[in-house]
Write a protein that binds this ligand. Structure first.
Ligand code: G6P
Length: 608
């Protein structure tokens, strides 16, 4: 996820672009750059680091230009560096990109064979060379259309060309782009706040649309070149509302981003028909995967809960024994590592001190390491032998939401990759489960529709001082994470427990009205969990059930029942986590808590 902007008009284009990038910095901030035209020639300034660093590099001559494009990066291919920062250029064309090009490796090979030189490690540079290749034979618009017809993946592109200096071109496919329309100036950006201080009349582009921006004209086309009639609409948000995409907090925005984040984690990793996983990209060979005898999963906080879910998945799907550890414990434990083991460090930030220490401990002991990580170029991703990036985009809210569900998806793919190399399950079964993964983003969207219902539930519950979350099997870690979410942002005491363990202690807490949240899949554990629910009922506890089963008895025993339409029980961990995040969010709001920056917590814990 990156932020992009373009401007053409009579004002100082570079200044407007830099200002816009600052408003888009929440979308990514590991490097930034701009391109403009000076004496008819493309001129770029880019650097690793935040926009402030870029701003310091802008000199006077750059402040007199009337056309510019800019980019703030959240690295997906190629570490944060000056070379990998956008814009990327080829033969007088400059381009910025947000998204992921899945077939960039094939295209890159073809272009290299045709003599194109690459100076970055990005997937983006492929696009600009491709456009240049066609622009030598046809007008820019046509060249862009021809080039994008060869791209697989997601992209929002903003392009300028010194041969056609009177225009900026924008194209959208599964990554947002919005055009700002004034009489004699035009803007284009990933998000409205980039230009909202200047312009509130906007056209949102749809997938497969191309916008041609000239100072006095705006035209929208489809990718066949047919013009589309689109009228600007006026927006009424304030700048700060717009930065969060109209949401009140980053946390709720990120909860709602989950369908997209999950799709980005899957993108390019699994073929849509479920027939193949591209595990080579992580840096592990088929042979290495097939030889793993034992897996250690280590992490902190929410990522530790993803590890617990991972254990159930890997053991069941791939048949490999898994040990799970809290990183701060693991680093001081005398681990009798077994030969042919793999340690997987799960970390959103890639910077958590204890997780890094656990990773280094394993490496020192001669154990192969993999990290499942969200931040490209982070310490974990540099130090681990192999990396599986979750690609869920920057997570700003301190309480992890979309990074967690993306970690689960990554573990699901990893478990099947191990299983495939072991050939211990039939190809048909692999295919069936991997195909189901592609339904998850849409199912997550459906679950988000429960938001109003959950808000009502929060109103009934927010004054309760204690909560118990219970689940069995894969839903046990989901219960732990649900309780952690509530505790973190609402400061209510909440505990997660394995439902079967409830009788060994927590049941002592239960009295009339004590809220107990059950997470129940339609699986072989159902009957057992029903008995636990009966036990709470017998003590007058207040039972709230989130379930993918509509069993009558379950509904009857529950004081509040929320049906969550499910897939298989592995993927249901994602679908159950979403309403629990929503519940924590609404309860915290009703209690007047600062949900994005809860007291005493930090997004990235870089000390022991
Ligand atoms: C902090 C954050 C949590 C996060 C944990 C691990 O405690 O508040 O949300 O789960 O660190 O972070 P990591 O970046 O390693 O996943």
């Amino acid at each position: 996820m990156c932020g992009i902007i373009g401007y053409i008009g009579n004002k100082n284009a570079v200044e407007i672009t830099i200002e816009g990038l600052k408003k888009l910095e929440y979308r990514g901030y590991d490097s930034a750059g701009i391109a403009t035209l000076i004496n008819g020639k493309i001129h770029t300034v880019k650097c690793k680091g935040k926009i402030k660093k870029l701003e310091a590099l802008i000199d006077e001559k750059l402040k007199r230009t009337k056309i510019a494009i800019g980019h703030t990066r959240w690295a997906t291919h190629g570490k944060p560096s000056n070379e990998n920062a956008h814009p990327h250029c080829s033969g007088g064309i400059a381009l910025v990109h947000n998204g992921i090009i899945e077939n960039y490796a094939e295209l890159k090979k073809e272009l290299k064979d045709n003599g194109y030189k690459f100076i970055s490690e990005t997937d983006t540079e492929v696009i600009v060379h491709l456009i240049k290749k066609y622009r030598d034979k046809m007008p820019l618009e046509e060249a862009v259309r021809t080039a994008v017809s060869q791209l697989k993946g997601s992209y929002a592109l903003v392009i300028m060309d010194e041969q056609e200096p009177e225009k900026i071109i924008g194209v959208r496919m599964e990554s947002p782009l919005v055009v700002g329309v004034l009489e004699d100036e035009k803007f284009i950006a990933s998000d409205v706040p980039a230009f909202l201080n200047y312009c509130s009349r906007v056209i949102f582009l749809e997938d497969g649309e191309m916008a041609i921006l000239k100072k006095n004209e705006i035209k929208i086309y489809d990718l066949k070149g047919e013009e589309r009639e689109k009228k600007p609409i006026s927006i009424t948000w304030t700048a700060s509302m717009a930065e969060k995409g109209g949401f009140k907090h980053f946390m709720i925005k990120e909860i709602y981003e989950q369908p997209r984040a999950i799709a980005d984690t899957i993108r390019g990793r699994v073929l849509p028909d479920g027939s193949k996983i591209n595990y080579e990209e992580w840096g592990l060979t088929k042979n290495e995967l097939s030889l793993i005898k034992k897996i250690y999963l280590v992490a902190c906080g929410t990522s530790y809960h993803a590890c617990l879910i991972g254990k159930y998945m890997i053991e069941k799907i791939a048949g490999i024994p898994v040990e799970v550890d809290i990183a701060s414990e693991f680093r001081y434990r005398e681990v009798p590592f077994e030969k042919d083991s793999l340690l997987i460090a799960i970390t959103q930030s890639g910077e958590t001190a204890d997780t890094l220490a656990a990773l280094r401990y394993a490496k020192k002991s001669g154990i192969k390491t993999l990290t499942i990580c969200n931040v490209l170029g982070s310490t974990a991703s540099r130090e681990a032998d192999a990396v599986f990036y979750t690609h869920s985009g920057p997570e700003i809210g301190v309480a992890s939401t979309k990074a967690f569900t993306s970690q689960i998806v990554a573990l699901y793919i990893f478990a099947f990759a191990c299983s495939i190399t072991r050939k211990n399950t039939s190809h048909m079964i692999h295919k069936k489960f991997l195909k189901e993964l592609f339904l998850l983003p849409r199912m997550a969207e459906e679950v988000l529709k429960l938001d109003d219902k959950i808000q009502q539930l929060a109103k009934e519950l927010y004054r309760k001082p204690n909560f118990l979350y219970l689940g069995r099997g894969l839903n046990y870690p989901v219960a732990l994470e649900g309780a952690l979410k509530l505790k973190e942002i609402s400061y209510i005491h909440a505990e997660g427990y394995a439902a079967g363990e409830m009788k060994h202690g927590p049941i002592a807490l239960v009295e009339e009205g004590f809220p107990v949240i059950f997470i129940v899949s339609d699986d072989p554990y159902l009957e057992k969990t029903l008995s636990n629910i009966e036990e709470i009922k017998a003590r007058d506890g207040f039972i709230i059930t989130f379930s993918s089963s509509k069993r009558d008895k379950l509904k009857k025993l529950s004081d509040r029942f929320i049906y969550v339409e499910g897939l298989n029980s592995y993927l249901n961990t994602v679908l159950f986590s979403i309403p629990l995040q929503l519940l924590a969010y609404h309860v915290a709001l009703l209690r007047g808590c600062d949900v994005d920056q809860p007291r005493n917590l930090a997004k990235s814990v870089t000390v022991e």
